[in-house]
Design a protein. Structure first.
Length: 332
């Protein structure tokens, strides 16, 4: 059943640009990567960052500069943007991961504002005018990406690669330790895990994927502006992740699709768009406390439990953090 569903989704993704605007679909894919990166940090590690726009926007400028001023091919420009965000994430993460709770969130927010000021003042960014007319270039020097259909399949390939990376990270022993840290960091420390190192690694991976999303978005729209690095972008990714389902792989994809669709569909309403998004968020939080995908998975699990024969339900399951650490320790 799982493979049939994956096949159907693959066919739908390939045929989608025949029925919807490729630019609209590419926007959803870029933000799905961005939300997935944030979900890795918050949903699986339990670290709430208020400054993820710094990695998204900073990579956008680096990618734009590499493609426009240095003449690099699109794949190299995106890699450059991702690496720049990885370095930035390493610096910010080193300063922030030793903090806990709201202090961690405020540190990430403060450092993101520093990045915003740098992007505002740096000569190569264009300041308030932004960086415009960024060429999409030729993939590997051969495939012209100026055509929207060709660009869509390139973005789709990047999305699938990033989604596969997130899947592998989450289902690896490393990912099990991250979930255990989220559940009970003290217990993880008592079992010998250096949690600060794991949290820093998760922070850098999340920043790198966010940078890839920002770089890809820059090539799609051929511009990079201060909007990409503004704190509003950090709020948007939190909204997308919570709406879709925190701690689920599909949740950020659903959440990004919902938010982008609402933003595009209600664009003509102008200043009412944030209000409507806010109301939608409140309704979803009240009605779907686990997010859309989280509630769906919980419903399917309840149905599965009801179909089990009487007396087969497991009642002596260990705490989640303990079981994950034990499993990770065996595979470590």
């Amino acid at each position: 059943m799982k493979y049939v569903l994956c096949a159907l989704l693959a066919v739908a993704a390939l045929l989608a640009p025949l029925y919807y605007y490729p630019t609209f679909l590419m926007t959803i894919l870029c933000f799905a990567i961005y939300a997935g990166a944030f979900n890795l940090l918050f949903g699986y590690t339990g670290l709430l960052s208020f400054g993820h726009a710094a990695y998204f926007g900073f990579a956008a400028y680096i990618c734009g500069y590499a493609a426009k001023s240095l003449g690099l091919t699109p794949e190299l420009a995106i890699i450059g943007g991702g690496l720049s965000s990885a370095l930035l994430g390493l610096i910010v993460g080193y300063l922030a991961v030793r903090q806990q709770g709201i202090i961690f969130a405020m540190v990430t927010f403060a450092l993101a504002e520093v990045v915003y000021f740098i992007c505002l003042r740096a000569p190569f960014t264009g300041g308030e005018d932004g960086m415009q007319s960024i060429p999409r270039g030729h993939l590997f020097g051969l495939i012209d990406l100026s055509n929207s259909m060709t660009m869509y399949y390139f973005v789709l390939a990047i999305f699938l690669l990033c989604f596969w990376m997130l899947y592998r990270i989450v289902h690896s022993p490393f990912g099990q330790v991250l979930r255990a840290i989220r559940e009970n960091e003290t217990r993880a420390i008592s079992m010998g895990y250096k949690t600060d190192q794991y949290k820093l690694a998760a922070f850098v991976l999340s920043a790198t994927l966010a940078g890839i999303a920002g770089s890809t978005k820059t090539l799609v729209f051929q511009l990079a502006t201060l909007t990409d690095v503004h704190w509003h972008k950090s709020g948007e990714v939190i909204l997308m992740t919570l709406l879709g389902g925190l701690g689920t792989l599909a949740g950020p994809v659903v959440g990004s699709g919902l938010v982008v669709s609402l933003s595009e569909g209600l664009a003509e309403l102008g200043e009412w768009v944030p209000f409507i998004l806010g109301v939608s968020f409140v309704v979803c939080v009240l009605a779907f406390r686990r997010g859309i995908v989280g509630e769906l998975l919980a419903y399917l699990e309840r149905r599965r439990q009801r179909t089990l024969p009487a007396g087969t339900a497991r009642t002596d399951a260990p705490a989640q953090g303990t079981s994950e650490l034990a499993t990770a320790g065996k595979e470590h």
